[in-house]
Design a protein around this ligand. Structure first.
Ligand SMILES: Nc1ncnc2c1ncn2[C@@H]1O[C@H](COP(=O)(O)OP(=O)(O)OP(=O)(O)O)[C@@H](O)[C@H]1O
Length: 437
C-alpha cells in the first residue's frame, strides 16, 4: 500500500480532530430495540440495548474504525449515526446540525450527504436493474438528475472513478454479470453517486476473496483523498482497521471501552478487552508473537440484560473487586467449577448448595436453597480466602439465614471513559469512575 499525501496524513487528520474540526459528534447515544412479547402486549418486554451510551467524535476527512465482536452494536451505531435507525436518546451532531429527533422531512435533504456502503452486494444492488439504473437510482430519488442521458453520463463517470472501465461496456449489464470485486465497486459507486460527505462502510470487504480485498480498500482510500470523504469503517478485523484507520473505537455490548489514535491502541492497549482482541491478531513481529494469549473467556452476554458494573467483567482476566460482581456471577462460577472438579467433589458441593436451580439470585445476593449450610459456608469461606476467583473479593458477607446460606456482594460501578495515555478508556484499573446506565 502506498503512503498518503502530506496534506491528508493521519497526523494532520488527528490534528484536525484535536483542533475541533469535527464532522460527527455522538454524545451518550442509546439505540434500544423494544422486545415485543406476543401481539397484544406491545413494548412490554424490555429492550435489546444494542447501543447503550456511546460518546465519540469523527474529524472531517478521517477514517474512524469501529471494531468489536459480532453483536457488539457496530451496525446499529453506524445506522444510527446516519439517521437510518432512530436513537432512543442522546445527541448526534452532523456538521453542526442535531440529527436526533429530526423529522423525516427535515432529514431528507441531508440524506444525500450521508451514505452507507453495505457488507453484502446482493442487499445493495437490485438484480432487476441494469448497472446504470441501479447506480443511478439515488440520483433520481434525490432529484439530482432525472433525464436518462444525464443519469447515464453521471453513472459512467462514477464507474470510471471506481475502476469499472470502460464504463460504456458495463452500463447496460446486470449485477449478476460481474465478479465479486466488481460488484463491490458497484456498491461503492452507488453509495458515492450523490457526492456524500460522511460514509459508513459496514464490513465493506468481508464478503470478498482475500486477493481482491486489498485492491478495494486501496480504492476506498483513493476515493477518500480525491473526494474529501469522512469514513466510519466498521469491522471485526483489527488488522484491516490498523491498515485503514486514523482512530479506532472498540465497542463491547453497546459501549465504547477504548477509543483513540490507531497506533496508540495497537502499540499500547489500555483496556483488557482491547488487549485480548489484539492478542488474537496474527502479528508479523516475532518479538510480539510470543506474548501470552489473553482471549476473553466465554461468550458475549445478552444485550437485553448486560452484566452489572463493567459489562466486560465476567470475561475479564484483570477484573477486580469494584467491577460489578453480582449474584449471577457466583452461579456461573459454580457451573464452570463443576465441569472441572471430580465427581465426588461435584456431588458433595451440589448437595451443599441444594442445587443451583433452587437459589434466589439478584444483583446484590444469592440465597441458596436448603442444603448443607455448614458445609456450604465452609466451602464459600475457603474459596474466598483462597481468592479462587476475583468475584470472591467482591463478596462482603457469607451468612446463615435459617436453613439457607446468603452471599452478599458489594456494589460495583459502571466505569466512565477517562483519558489514559492520550486516549479514552472505560476501565477501573486506571482509577475508579462511575457512570449512569
Ligand atoms: N432490528 C433489531 N431488532 C432487535 N434487535 C436487534 C435489531 N438489530 C440488531 N439487534 C440486536 O442488537 C445487537 C447489536 O447488533 P448489531 O447488528 O448492531 O451488532 P454488530 O456488532 O454489527 O454485529 P455483526 O458484526 O454480527 O453485524 C444484537 O444483540 C442484535 O441481535
Amino acid at each position: 500500500m502506498t503512503g498518503q499525501p502530506a496534506e491528508t496524513s493521519a497526523a494532520d487528520r488527528h490534528a484536525a480532530a484535536v483542533a475541533g474540526d469535527t464532522l460527527v459528534r455522538a454524545e451518550d447515544v442509546h439505540t434500544h430495540f423494544p422486545i415485543r412479547r406476543g401481539l397484544l402486549s406491545r413494548g412490554s418486554g424490555g429492550a435489546v440495548r444494542a447501543v447503550d451510551g456511546v460518546s465519540f467524535d469523527i474529524a472531517r476527512g478521517e477514517t474512524f474504525g469501529l471494531v468489536g465482536e459480532s453483536g457488539s452494536g457496530k451496525t446499529t451505531l453506524g445506522r444510527t449515526l446516519l439517521g437510518l435507525e432512530p436513537a432512543t436518546s442522546g445527541s448526534i451532531r452532523y456538521d453542526g446540525r442535531e440529527l436526533v429527533g429530526l423529522r423525516e422531512r427535515d432529514l431528507r435533504p441531508l440524506r444525500r450527504e450521508l451514505a452507507l456502503i453495505f457488507q453484502d452486494p446482493h442487499a445493495a444492488l437490485n438484480p432487476a436493474m441494469t448497472v446504470w439504473q441501479g447506480v443511478g437510482h439515488p440520483l433520481r430519488i434525490h432529484g439530482l438528475a432525472t433525464k436518462r442521458a444525464d443519469v447515464r453520463a453521471r453513472v459512467a463517470a462514477m464507474l470510471e472513478r471506481v475502476g469499472l472501465t470502460p464504463a460504456d461496456t458495463i452500463l447496460d449489464k446486470y449485477p449478476e454479470d460481474l465478479s465479486g470485486g466488481q460488484k463491490q465497486r458497484l456498491v461503492i459507486a452507488r453509495a458515492l453517486i450523490t457526492e456524500p460527505k460522511f460514509v459508513v462502510a459496514d464490513e465493506p470487504v468481508a464478503a470478498l476473496d482475500m486477493s481482491v480485498r486489498a485492491r478495494v480498500l486501496e480504492l476506498m482510500l483513493e476515493l477518500q483523498r480525491d473526494l474529501g470523504l469522512t469514513y466510519l469503517f466498521i469491522t471485526h478485523d483489527l488488522a484491516t482497521a490498523r491498515f485503514l484507520c486514523d482512530r479506532i473505537g472498540i465497542l463491547y455490548l453497546g459501549n465504547l471501552v477504548e477509543w483513540g489514535e490507531a497506533d496508540r491502541l495497537f502499540d499500547d492497549p489500555q483496556h483488557p478487552y482491547t488487549r485480548s482482541l489484539l492478542s488474537a491478531v496474527p502479528l508479523p513481529d516475532p518479538a510480539r508473537r510470543s506474548r501470552d494469549k489473553e482471549l476473553p473467556v466465554g461468550e458475549m452476554p445478552d444485550a437485553q440484560t448486560p452484566p452489572a458494573g463493567c459489562r466486560f467483567h465476567p470475561r475479564c482476566p484483570a477484573a477486580f473487586e469494584p467491577c460489578g460482581w453480582e449474584g449471577t456471577d457466583l452461579v456461573d462460577y459454580f457451573e464452570r467449577r463443576w465441569t472441572e472438579v471430580d465427581t465426588e467433589t461435584f456431588e458433595a458441593e451440589l448437595d451443599a448448595t441444594g442445587g443451583l436451580h433452587a437459589a434466589e439470585v439478584t444483583r446484590e445476593q444469592v440465597r441458596f436453597g436448603s442444603g448443607d449450610t455448614e458445609r456450604l459456608v465452609s466451602l464459600l469461606t475457603d474459596l474466598q480466602l483462597r481468592e479462587a476467583h476475583p468475584l470472591f473479593r467482591a463478596v462482603v458477607a457469607i451468612e446463615r439465614d435459617g436453613g439457607h446460606v446468603l452471599v452478599r456482594f458489594g456494589e460495583g460501578a459502571e466505569p466512565a471513559l477517562q483519558t489514559v495515555a492520550g486516549r479514552e478508556v472505560a476501565c477501573h484499573l486506571h482509577g475508579l469512575t462511575s457512570r449512569e446506565r
